[in-house]
Design a binder for this molecule. Structure first.
Ligand code: ARG
Length: 459
């Protein structure tokens, strides 16, 4: 169905038709388009454009359309309608006749599309939020089960100070918690109804837009129609959230790819999320993690793309804005998929406790403890740091760990060092000292786990 035939003498070229259509991707908005259309029909009835009887006919026509396509929405794709709005309208008219032609009174596809898209985004935000919570829960379960597993913590990918596997998990819980809070914030600006904005200057009929907004579960109606039909900030915000969270997931992937490497051997990924090589029989590749890391690219791409599409775009609606959808749909799907796959990876992870501990022990990651020990004995931190550095050099040349240096050797570098040095530089002691808020001390980690479990309602 062509919605605008009257002013035209010729039909559009078939190449242009193909270029112009958005049905191939906006068909997924069919449910939202029908819900918004029903809400609109009620608003039209309240302003006496439709009788109560007409509204009921339109509503039941739309509802039966919804039931018909519910399980096979891909059937929509066989139509040659320009977009999902014309598809719904045409099918309504086919169903209930001429009356269907009244539905578009006072409405434009400009306010329709952004209403549909907001409804769709709102639904997706709730799905993402629950996936974000689920992933946090799994990090916490792993943290709880691996409370005593010591691993080296890294800076510059050099072993830096010992931490625990639990502590590493809790770092990701923090990131995901920020992602959750960012998304909830987006919801405030997303959940506003543009319906009734018309093409750009508002509807010329007496529509109670606040009531209309509330009927679709929106918090309020938008303020300025010119802005409402042009505004895609919510798409940008959502893709920003997606990009930040995908960045977190890519770092998680990178950490685990490294932990799983033959060089580190801290963990073993399950067969469920790895694949083999067609040539090298010994290989077990971390494909799931690599794909999460790689898929980050397309999400950043979509964010960049919508920013560029909207840059310097004059008010109000322009067809450029049709380009907002494919990247958004793809990115949200990708985001949800990655959150679910991350859970699957975590659930089936095997931790090689001994290798983790050994790596932490071999790494001079207790050198800071020697410096702190000397500070307690009265040296300034700079002096202490220097002595500890010299001891590391000595230990390297003796191919020993710091714990294995003789007391007489310690004393060459500082007379302040006594026998109690050894208990001060054990891995456990490194952890236990870091007691202040946010530190790696097991009692801190324990409390963090309790707090997180309470926040996420885990028993
Ligand atoms: N398919 C269009 C989009 O996605 C719907 C709005 C069309 N509006 C218009 N004035 N042609 O943006």
């Amino acid at each position: 169905m062509v919605l605008w035939g009257g002013r035209f003498i010729n039909e559009s070229h078939k190449l242009f038709k193909k270029f112009n259509t958005s049905l191939s991707f906006d068909y997924i908005l069919v449910k939202e388009d029908i819900i918004a259309s029903i809400a609109w029909s009620k608003a039209l009835m309240k302003s006496n454009i439709l009788t109560a009887e007409e509204q009921i006919k339109i509503e039941s026509g739309l509802l039966s359309l919804l039931t018909e396509i519910k399980d096979n929405i891909k059937n929509i794709l066989t139509s040659d309608c320009e977009d999902i709005h014309s598809w719904v309208e045409l099918n309504l008219i086919n169903k209930i006749g001429q009356l269907g032609k009244k539905l578009h009174t006072g409405r434009s596809r400009n306010d329709q599309i952004t209403t549909d898209l907001r409804l769709w985004c709102r639904n997706e935000v709730h799905i993402i939020l629950s996936n974000l919570v689920n992933l946090q829960k799994h990090f916490i379960l792993i943290a709880e089960a691996n409370y005593n597993v010591i691993i080296p913590g890294y800076t510059h990918l050099q072993r830096a100070q010992p931490i625990t596997f639990s502590y590493w998990c809790l770092a990701y819980v923090e990131m995901l918690r920020r992602d959750e809070s960012r998304l909830k914030d987006v919801l405030k600006r997303l959940n506003i109804s543009p319906l009734g904005s018309g093409a750009l200057s508002g509807a010329a009929w007496k529509i109670d837009r606040e009531e209309l907004a509330a009927s679709m579960g929106f918090n309020s109606a938008s303020n300025n129609a010119l802005d409402s039909v042009s505004d895609r900030d919510y798409v940008i915000e959502l893709l920003s959230c997606a990009s930040i969270c995908m960045m977190h997931l890519s770092r998680f992937s990178e950490d685990l790819i490294f932990f799983n490497s033959g060089e580190a051997n801290f963990i073993e990924l399950s067969d469920l999320v790895t694949s083999g090589s067609s040539l090298m029989p010994q290989k077990k590749n971390p494909d799931a993690l690599e794909l999460i890391r790689g898929k980050c690219g397309r999400v950043y791409g979509s964010l960049n793309s919508i920013l560029v599409v909207l840059k310097a775009l004059p008010l109000s609606y322009n067809k450029d804005m049709q380009e907002d959808k494919e990247g958004l749909f793809n990115s949200i799907k990708t985001w949800n998929d990655c959150l679910c796959i991350a859970v699957l990876i975590l659930k089936n992870i095997k931790i090689n406790t001994e290798c983790c501990r050994q790596a932490a022990e071999e790494s001079y990651s207790n050198a800071t403890e020697i410096a702190d020990y000397l500070v307690k004995k009265g040296l300034t931190f700079r002096e202490a740091h220097n002595i500890s550095g010299q001891l590391v050099l000595r230990a390297i040349s003796e191919k020993k760990s710091l714990n294995n240096l003789q007391l007489s050797v310690f004393k060459i570098y500082s007379n302040l060092i006594e026998d109690d040095i050894y208990k001060n530089i054990t891995l456990e002691s490194c952890l236990e000292k870091r007691l202040s808020k946010g530190g790696v001390a097991p009692c801190q980690v324990h409390q963090e786990i309790i707090d997180a479990k309470k926040r996420l309602n885990i028993n």
